[in-house]
Design a protein around this ligand. Sequence first.
Ligand SMILES: CC(=O)N[C@H](C=O)[C@@H](O)[C@H](O)[C@H](O)COP(=O)(O)O
Length: 245
Amino acid sequence: MSPAGQPGPDAGRGGAVNALLAAVRGRAIVSCQAYPGEPMRDADTMCRVAQAAAAGGAAGIRAQGPEDLRRIRAALDLPLIGLWKDGADDVFITPTIEHAFEVAAAGADIVALDGTGRPRPDGRTLAQTVRAVHEHTGRLVMADVSTYDEGVAAADAGADLVGTTLAGYTPYSRGGPGPDLDLVGRLSRDLPVPVIAEGRIHTTEQAAEAIRRGAHAVVVGTAITHPTSITRWFARAIGDACPPG
Ligand SMILES: CC(=O)N[C@H](C=O)[C@@H](O)[C@H](O)[C@H](O)COP(=O)(O)O
């Protein structure tokens, strides 16, 4: 099986899907993203970060925006989860079908998109969006959800994978400093599709616990690829430990 999901000669789409999922099972996927205006917000830099993650054993890469995706696709033969963050609306992860098609065209094997039940800017339902991605691009869909009910609905809508990405990032979901491992466990137990643990996984222990609770794979972003945040964590801890005066 090829890590990028190329099937054997007689495997059909099902073979490609299975190969892709098998390539990341029980492994780390590294999210390589920088935010607008940041020093690392540049496709070449993100590509190098992805290459560095691959050298460390990342089984897959998650990345944002067509330009970053094209660069990373050209440089790495690893399963690639693509998204496009756009807009100021509630739904900002690959918000419309046009964004999803662009992400697929840029080389993503899996198109990640908002999998909540909130109104989408293009007026399509999640099920319509998933169907369109399947029919027009043949790519898998990862639905990024924030609650248990959204995960169930996303699987019903045809998503191939469900991620806990948005837990704590909708006004009605459970936030907190760490990942929602309870949500990971409940979705992994009940859904008929693989669950990807994602969101605020900052330690190796949390990542391992997500797998123990049934996650198919674990996406780690900030704790590996966002030096500004990591520096802030250390700076705060050091400052808190510093005796007064
Ligand atoms: C909520 C949202 O917009 N999440 C984004 C989704 O792609 C990224 O900003 C996160 O970095 C990614 O989910 C990985 O999570 P963490 O960086 O916490 O390991």
